[in-house]
Design a protein around this ligand. Structure first.
Ligand code: NAP
Ligand code: ZN
Ligand code: ZN
Length: 352
């Protein structure tokens, strides 16, 4: 198969800094869209993967699954996109398309496992897929999203993972008016969750370990911000929440949050620390609480989320960086020091 070259930044092992790497992209097949990447968000999953905090990382690893770009070429059979269109790609670039999950528009739960944008099997070129820390990508049109007019492009990139990963569970558990909703952790996912929960009409309480984020939490839409290390402030909220979304990237005490749920309340994990989180049985038994999880969102719902964001003027709060600053950005992510998503300006990779 013929290929074209793209520039990228890659991790070559679990500890080395990301460094430049030239990679191959396939020539567009009849159903493919070739995209010049303009912006790519920096998700904590990039770091979990590249640092082998989750099992199964293949090297070299080119992370990045919050991609916004411009179409440069399309295959003969592509119907929905043309050269020049502004488009986006999230965490998946393919799935089996036939299993019940895929047919229900829930490709993220594909029974054969979706092909992830990076670190998935590349059925065209062999080896594994390379993500958005690169100048271009080629994706089947079925997994390409349309960027609605009027959205700031750099601030839209994080919607493709942080946005959909929080929008989907808030919709699934029907968050809305008359619901008391907790968001745990004000990072990339957490800050989008605060914005969406507020836009859906809920009473929003943010839990943070960082006293320096209280003012931002309120500005982003929380009605109240609780410093989770203050036991007295936590006790005030015992058994009072309908729903809590936990977006924390590191091991932490989940039982504290379970005890804040009221009868039939649900705590949903979207954060994905590498180690197990112990759950005390009685925190679930009494009073009949639910502990759940949720992964990203399907393609149809991702488009719905982008359209909702355009209609409600919602995007991420970002720090735009040149790709040469990526290693420093990852160090800051580990220190909970991000406001609230790093986005790579890919012009820096084309120039450098
Ligand atoms: P992030 O921007 O680094 O934010 C994580 C936040 O968690 C931090 O800002 C901090 O908030 C809190 N936190 C970090 N370490 C903590 C600790 N030791 N104890 C308590 N709180 C801590 O990360 P992200 O990109 O939003 O991703 C969050 C998690 O979701 C990651 O594990 C990521 O892999 C996962 N994820 C899952 C999905 C999915 O499909 N389910 C999709 C994308 C990402 P405060 O400073 O406010 O405490
Ligand atoms: Zn992500
Ligand atoms: Zn499937």
């Amino acid at each position: 198969m013929t290929t074209t070259k793209a520039r990228s930044y890659a991790a070559h092992n679990a500890t080395a800094p990301l460094a430049p790497l030239t990679i191959d992209r396939r020539e567009p097949t009849p159903t493919d869209v070739e995209i010049e990447i303009l912006y790519c968000g920096v998700c904590h999953s990039d770091l979990h993967t590249a640092r082998s905090e989750w099992p199964g990382t293949l090297y070299p690893c080119v992370p990045g699954h919050e991609i916004v770009g411009r179409v440069t070429r399309v295959g003969d059979g592509v119907k929905r996109f043309k050269s020049g269109d502004l488009v986006a790609v999230g965490c998946m670039v393919d799935s089996c398309r036939t299993c019940p999950s895929c047919q229900a528009g829930l490709e993220q739960y594909c029974h054969a496992f979706p092909t992830l944008t990076y670190n998935g099997p590349d059925k065209f070129l062999g080896g594994h897929t390379f993500g958005g820390y690169s100048t271009s990508i080629v994706v089947d049109e079925a997994f390409v999203l349309r960027v609605p007019a009027g959205l700031d492009l750099a601030a839209t990139a994080p919607l493709l993972c942080a946005g959909i990963t929080t929008y989907s569970p808030l919709r699934h558990w029907k968050v809305g008016p008359n619901m008391k909703v907790g968001i745990v952790g004000l990072g990339g996912l957490g800050h989008m969750a605060v914005k969406f929960a507020r836009a859906f009409g809920a009473q929003v309480v943010l839990f943070t370990t960082s006293p320096g984020k209280v003012a931002d939490g309120l500005r982003l839409g929380a009605h109240e911000v609780v410093i989770s290390k203050e036991a007295g402030a936590m006790r005030k909220h015992l058994a009072s929440f309908d729903f809590i979304l936990d977006a924390v990237s590191a091991p932490h005490d989940i039982n504290t949050y379970l005890s804040l749920l009221k009868l039939d309340g649900t705590l949903t994990l979207v954060g994905a620390p590498g180690e197990p989180l112990p759950v005390a049985a009685f925190n679930l038994l009494l009073p009949r609480r639910n502990f759940a999880g949720s992964a990203i969102g399907g393609i149809r719902e991702t488009q719905e989320m982008l359209d909702f964001c355009a209609a409600h003027h919602i995007t991420a709060d970002i720090e735009l960086i040149p790709i040469q600053h990526i290693n420093e950005a990852w160090e800051r992510l580990l220190k909970q020091d991000v406001k609230y998503r790093f986005v790579i300006d890919m012009a820096s990779l084309k120039a450098g």
